[in-house]
Write a protein of this length. Structure first.
Length: 158
């Protein structure tokens, strides 16, 4: 394994950390804890709070719609980071950039809310993701510079 390959894996690993911390925070919140683990998505924490309010009957006329819509948005937000990790592993730069962008937007919520410790965790994770992207760019450049060992086989007539 080349250093660039290792760097890509290390960088993309942080998408899985984001997913794990976000899901862990959901379990903590729904378990009645009043603390969260820094580094998870603050967006999913907001969704969790809305879903818990709907489940407690705060909005009885719209309870079902809120529960369905909130659950869909929650799953899609987690899936975005799973896809960023999975597609990034296959060399799709756009997926990694999208994941980094979404996480950076999530960090803006920390600024607006004054969660400075979580903002520092977001900054560190963004740095690690960026390092993975830099390694991916190096690896893709190396692969593009390699001459093909064999020309593609022509298709035979059927």
């Amino acid at each position: 394994m080349t250093p660039s390959t290792i760097g890509v894996r290390r960088g993309l690993f942080w998408f899985w950390v984001i997913v794990g911390l976000s899901v862990l925070n959901t379990f903590l919140l729904r378990g009645g804890e009043d603390y969260t683990i820094i580094g998870g998505l603050t967006f999913t924490q907001a969704i969790d709070s809305i879903l818990m309010g709907a489940a407690d009957g705060k909005w009885p006329r719209h309870q079902t719609a809120i529960l369905i819509a909130g659950s869909v948005v929650y799953v899609l937000s987690i899936a975005a980071f799973v896809l960023a990790a999975s597609l990034g592993k296959r060399g799709h730069r756009w997926a990694v950039l999208l994941g980094i962008g979404l996480y950076a937007v999530d960090a803006c919520n920390d600024v607006l809310s004054g969660y400075w410790d979580d903002l520092l965790a977001h900054a560190f994770i963004l740095y690690m993701l960026w390092q993975g992207l830099v390694a991916m760019n190096k690896l893709l450049a190396l692969k593009a510079a390699e001459p093909d060992s064999e020309p593609p086989m022509p298709s035979s007539p059927a």
